[in-house]
Design a protein around this ligand. Structure first.
Ligand code: LLP
Length: 488
């Protein structure tokens, strides 16, 4: 009953009708993305239609220039903040967010290190030729093969996740006549304000060694302390220090600061009790980015300074010299470097009851339009909306438009009604099949979480730098899809 323009009652409260549908909200986009005079979206001067012609859609378009700039900026912000405390910070890029050999090389060239979480990620690191000393290995269930591989590659650190694993690492290293460099991952019990599935420092989940006293332990030691005592008893283990990761997509520094304080208290207590020095403290990743215009993450420098202030004062209060600090950002480096380019296909508009009204209720005949805009990918190239209710944003990319805004839901082509790419966004009323749509902020945990559901081929990744584009991961072909099918 209402016009298709203006604020829709179906839209969530946070979503505003943009004043200009053609404008780019800068924090969501990589540097170098703009609209040209003809109204088309460009990256470093390359138009999206050129990119589609050359590489097809869906396509991940990643700015190498922006990746390098963000890696440097993040590293500079933390190094500046911690310079007087521990001589700087070691920044491990979390490869799980997006990894391929080109990225490993950029990371290395920008002076960062690499955090991996499986044998496969180690294989990418090895193929890229990064020195093992600059690589960390994570995982709550590392296989013996992965532990051997870590030792073969002489990794700078294996982050041990449990007492069980500590014993396995110690035994494998001892059998090889090796020494494993180990960090212990602890769960400081800090509540991170993020989605339950990406919060990782509370007690009741699979990661890490609990810092809570264990009533079933004879001496009442926590699992964390048991691990410290066990580690220093093993000649095949070199205990470097402690690690925590409180969760992901976190905007406020408080959680990181609280976790740092808890780990420093523990580190100081262990140093006194066991007469050891633990030279390293890793505070993990989890720094949030903007996915929609209402997300306002704090600048890296602000978070770094808040964390540094806490580390400085806590170490002074404890009378210990500060350990070398390291961090593991993934999303904050790669997330905003990338947009996904889709081609629009089927459009349909449904009429929906006003939120809160009961369908078919007497006298309630007011309905509102919601337009479904189908694109040529979906949950197979970005499962984050399905997994975490993640919100994204989207714009018409192949042209500008003066048409009125219409509340739209961008959906994929999979056989699931939950296959949503952007739950709520205003797009011009005149978008049509064949138009290109760009979804920003898809650099982290999209390609990395992609699948072949419905036998869709995973998209390629194009890197743009110096005004030109090249494939850094080619898209899959039908042959790729079929060549593991044994046909027997
Ligand atoms: N360090 C450790 C030990 C981690 O487990 C993670 C992420 C990171 C660092 C990097 O976190 P980041 O800075 O990227 O937030 N798939 C989810 C996120 C899972 C995060 C897993 N661990 C998502 O798409 O939101």
């Amino acid at each position: 009953m209402t016009a298709n323009t203006g604020q829709s009652p179906l839209a969530p409260g946070w979503l505003e009708v943009p004043a200009d549908l053609n404008a780019l909200h800068e924090p969501l986009w990589a540097g170098g993305v703009a609209r040209n005079d003809a109204g088309e979206l460009t990256i470093e001067g390359l138009t999206v239609s050129e990119l589609q012609r050359e590489y097809g859609t869906p396509l991940f378009v990643l700015s190498e220039t922006d990746f390098r700039a963000r890696a440097r900026a993040f590293s500079d912000a933390f190094n500046d903040a911690f310079a007087d405390i521990c001589g700087g910070v070691d920044v491990y890029y979390a490869g799980k967010s997006f990894l391929c050999t080109s990225v490993v090389r950029w990371v290395e060239e920008e002076g960062l290190r690499l955090d991996t979480a499986s044998g496969g990620e180690l294989a990418v690191a090895a193929r890229a030729g990064i020195p093992g000393a600059d690589v960390a290995l994570h995982g709550n269930n590392k296989s013996d093969g992965e532990i051997h591989r870590a030792l073969d590659m002489q990794l700078g650190r294996i982050v041990v996740d449990s007492l069980d694993e500590l014993e396995r690492v110690a035994a494998i290293a001892a059998n090889r006549g090796d020494t494993a460099k180990v960090m212990l991952r602890l769960t400081p019990g800090v509540h991170a304000h993020t989605h339950e599935f990406i919060a990782t420092a509370h007690e009741d989940q699979k990661f890490g060694l609990s810092m809570a006293p264990d009533s079933t332990d004879q001496a009442g030691l926590s699992a964390a302390e048991e691990a410290v005592a066990a580690a220093i008893g093993h000649e095949s283990i070199e205990l470097l220090g402690l690690h925590c990761h409180i969760g992901s997509q976190i905007f406020e520094p408080d959680g990181f600061a609280l976790a740092a304080e808890k780990l420093l208290d523990f580190l100081a207590a262990m140093q006194v009790k066991y007469s050891i020095v633990l030279p390293e403290l890793d505070l993990g990743g989890g720094y949030g980015i903007a996915y929609t215009p209402v997300d306002t993450p704090r600048p890296a420098a602000e978070i770094a300074q808040a964390m540094a202030a806490v580390v400085r004062s806590k170490c002074a209060a404890l009378g210990i010299s500060a350990p070398r600090i390291s961090i593991e950002p993934g999303r904050a480096i790669v997330g905003s470097t990338t947009f996904t380019l889709y081609e629009i296909g089927t459009l349909k508009t449904v009429r929906v009851d006003a939120p809160g009204s009961e369908a078919g209720g007497v006298g309630n005949d007011v309905t509102y339009p919601r337009r479904y805009v189908s694109v040529d990918g979906g949950m197979s190239d970005n499962p984050r909306p399905v997994l975490y209710d993640a919100d994204y944003s989207a714009i018409l990319a192949s042209r500008s438009s003066d048409a009125a805004p219409q509340l739209s839901r961008v959906v994929g082509k999979h056989c699931e009604s939950g296959d949503i790419v952007v739950r709520d966004v205003y797009l011009p009323e005149d978008v049509a099949a064949g138009d290109l749509l760009a979804v920003p902020g898809t650099g982290a945990y999209c390609w990395a979480l992609s699948s072949n559901y419905n036998y869709l081929a995973r998209p390629g990744v194009v890197a743009v730098s110096d005004g030109s584009a090249r494939l850094i991961v080619r898209g899959e072909t039908e042959e790729d899809l079929l060549n593991r099918d044994m046909g027997v």
